[in-house]
Design a protein around this ligand. Structure first.
Ligand code: GAL
Length: 347
């Protein structure tokens, strides 16, 4: 009885805000089904929204906004999951679990975390959108997007804990949604939306990744949730319109050089579907022995039940300057070969 009680105590101690701990792990997944509940190794729906992905060795790490049902007021969290096949994800804890830094006040915002691994310094550098009201006592949530900054945190380990360093406006600009990109030559870039400029920036990080040092491109287009990939000699850049958590037709542009010139923006899916009710967060390039697959990672936000927000991940049809998000359906990936298959799709 004593042993049983202490085992129960351990389980309770491991429970994170708003989470039920299930005894049995979920069955191994053999596919990804867009919009479905996506269970981690504990049988919990993955809670990592506005996510970023960092790959080291043969493992992908997914960082995202952790939005639990019973969040502690004033606290914000980043979650981390790891996977070797992109279909089965192991919960690796909360590398960020903190109250407002820099006297921002309890009504603050931490969104879209992205981690870069710096091979030179062996540090893991996390960027995130940090925001809040101009007055720290302001409680109206509509006033919580006024500071428009990015935050930087650093760790010696991928899974953290991360030490929060500071927040600032990159290149002196307002910055809200951010995206991450590593070019083929290893240079790291941050994408950030700057409302007053009516556009967004692609900006190079410093050698130690701790600062945003140079404007590579400014693109005048009302785009956020910016995501970028280099494929077959062309850069493809995509993002959503500026309608908050309500979906809209996401669009893409192409360029031979990051500096541009960038093409006009075109739809990535039939516009009436509003990107199949999703918003872009990242383009994930999976280079296999047979094929390279580019995965569209989108969020399906549920503003009133954020813990239940879903994910729309789909392999893109991409090449020769064209990019298209096919109608979502169940798919499977072989990360070694880079190939995808559609187990339940009728021919
Ligand atoms: C969206 C943005 C999200 C979040 C949301 C809040 O425009 O992409 O990351 O900030 O607004 O309303």
């Amino acid at each position: 009885m004593k042993t049983l009680l202490s085992a129960a105590a351990v389980i309770v101690a491991l429970a994170l805000p708003g989470q039920t701990v299930h005894a049995a792990p979920a069955q191994a997944a053999t596919s990804i089904t867009p919009s479905a509940l996506w269970l981690d190794d504990r049988g919990e729906h993955i809670n990592a929204h506005g996510g970023g992905i960092t790959k080291v060795g043969d493992t992908w790490y997914w960082f995202g906004e952790y939005r639990p049902k019973n969040a502690v007021p004033g606290r914000r969290y980043v979650s981390c999951y790891s996977s070797k096949d992109l279909m089965n994800w192991t919960f690796r804890g909360l590398p960020i679990d903190m109250t407002a830094p820099e006297n921002i006040g309890p009504n603050w915002v931490l969104e879209r975390p992205k981690v870069f691994y710096n091979a030179r310094t062996k540090k893991f550098v996390m960027y995130m959108h940090i925001d809040g009201p101009l007055d720290p006592n302001e409680t109206n949530p509509h006033m919580a997007y006024k500071l428009a900054r990015i935050g930087v945190a650093v760790s010696d380990k991928m899974t953290g804990p991360y030490t929060y360093l500071r927040s600032f406006r990159p290149l002196g600009q307002e910055s809200r949604d951010i995206g991450q990109f590593i070019d083929d030559d290893g240079t790291a870039y941050l994408i950030f939306e700057a409302r007053p400029t009516k556009g967004f920036f692609i900006a190079r990080l410093s050698d130690d990744y701790l600062d945003v040092v140079e404007e590579t491109a400014f693109i005048q287009a009302p785009i956020e949730g910016g995501a970028l990939v280099h494929h077959d000699g062309l850069y493809y850049l995509l993002g959503s319109g500026l309608t908050g958590w309500r979906t809209n037709p996401n669009k893409y542009a192409t360029a031979k050089s990051l500096k541009g010139p960038w093409s006009e923006f075109r739809d990535i899916a039939p516009p009436e579907t509003n990107t199949y009710q999703s918003q872009s967060t990242l383009l994930l390039k999976v280079v296999g022995s047979k094929q390279t697959t580019i995965v569209f990672m989108g969020d399906q936000w549920k503003p009133d039940s954020q813990w239940d927000s879903r994910y729309l991940w789909m392999p893109l049809e991409i090449g020769k300057g064209k990019l298209w998000l096919p109608e979502p359906h169940e798919w499977s990936i072989d990360v070694k070969r880079g190939t995808v298959s559609f187990p339940t799709k009728k021919p």
